[in-house]
Design a protein around this ligand. Sequence first.
Ligand code: SUG
Length: 451
Amino acid sequence: MMSLIEVNFDGLVGPTHHYGGLGLGNLASREHAGQTSHPRAAALQGLDKIERLAAEGAPQAVLPPHFRPDFAWLRELGFEGDDAERLRQAADVSPRLLSAAWSASAMWVANAATVSPAADCSDGRTHLTVANLLSSPHRSIEPAATEQTLREIFRDPRRFAIHSPLPGGVALRDEGAANHLRFFAPAAAVGGEFSGPEGIEVFVHGGSDTVPTRRFLPRQTEEASLAVARLHGLRPERTFFLAQHPAAIDAGAFHNDVVATSCGDVLLYHQLAFAEAEETLAEIAAAYRELVGVDLLRIEISETALPLEDAVASYLFNSQLIERLDGQMTIVVPSQVREVASANACLEDLLAADNPIDRAVVVELRESMWNGGGPACLRLRVPLSQEDLARVHPGVLWSARLGERLRECVTAHYREQLTAADLRDPAFAREAHAATAAVRKILGLWTEAPP
Ligand code: SUG
């Protein structure tokens, strides 16, 4: 039996990347509010990351930035007149809404959708549910364009099912794959007695009212996770639900991917990632053993070894684990891991211990990290069969040539620096729209901003 090809779709940073201080429960975003940003460097850092992963053998693809500022959204909020007038009014009345309209937050595509591969879904199609991102105004603008883009990329309805963002308002707030884990047979085990391309899916939500957070509103609800699992037609015996630990959310882990990650048979997580989880984790391990025929490798990092505060400061768990052709794994970590002593020690221990993770690649993503977006936030994993990969819109699939063209485009069209004052400038708005259109053209995607 064939294993699936896990394609990393990376969000390309948009030309309006700035520090608005808008991220709910996101300490880095709050800390860097109002600082000068560097959109060109930010996008190039993202492209460097893609290149490093591609060099490790990870199949890559690119998701485009959205058109910003979103003038239609400003109009819906009562800011009228021509573009310049709308920017001026919003700047005078609510700099936060103005910043939201300009936000490049669509780069963090781990929040674009939740993905279940065809092998897990009852109708044999790959299912993607667009996240509604209802927790914050700047992110709630994203779903419409995300849905349109995903429909362009995964066009064949016989192979791909794209679900619109969940209805239901705040009670069904959903932030996509950042709160979703999947365990599957490592490539070396595929073809063995048990294992095929099926996996175990785990949805992580913001908990129930019995263990409330004190500081920050959880961004993912249990009702939303249940709805996504239902829509995807997942098998109940291979689908599990865990609650985030309220202490983790309050410490700044606004998504589960700030305190846990997974790949194949490995679950790497912080001791305080999940609440009251022991029983469910044991059930997950048993289901995995039954499906794959080998044991799930649970690697728990204790609060003593890595206090939550350091996990959030370093983003160690926001790493990307990738399986190499030799069956071992590479962990792709942000450079901040090297700067936080406890996190660096944990990484060294992890590499030395008896597990498949034996190589670390350090990436520099400072611009995105200052807004709370690490390596894993910038990518959406889409496991595909070879056949289905051949049906994906080819314009977004990574190649050295595509990398070169995107680099040239970013260097030509993106500004080096941006401050809050630039968000009042209608000429910059036109420039940013043109830059986004240029990127989308290279990817062979729709190039018109919605009216
Ligand atoms: O939603 N930051 C994003 C970061 C998302 C990270 N994604 C994952 N963990 N998967 C957020 O908080 C900050 C924007 C600003 O402040 O300008 C922001 O939206």
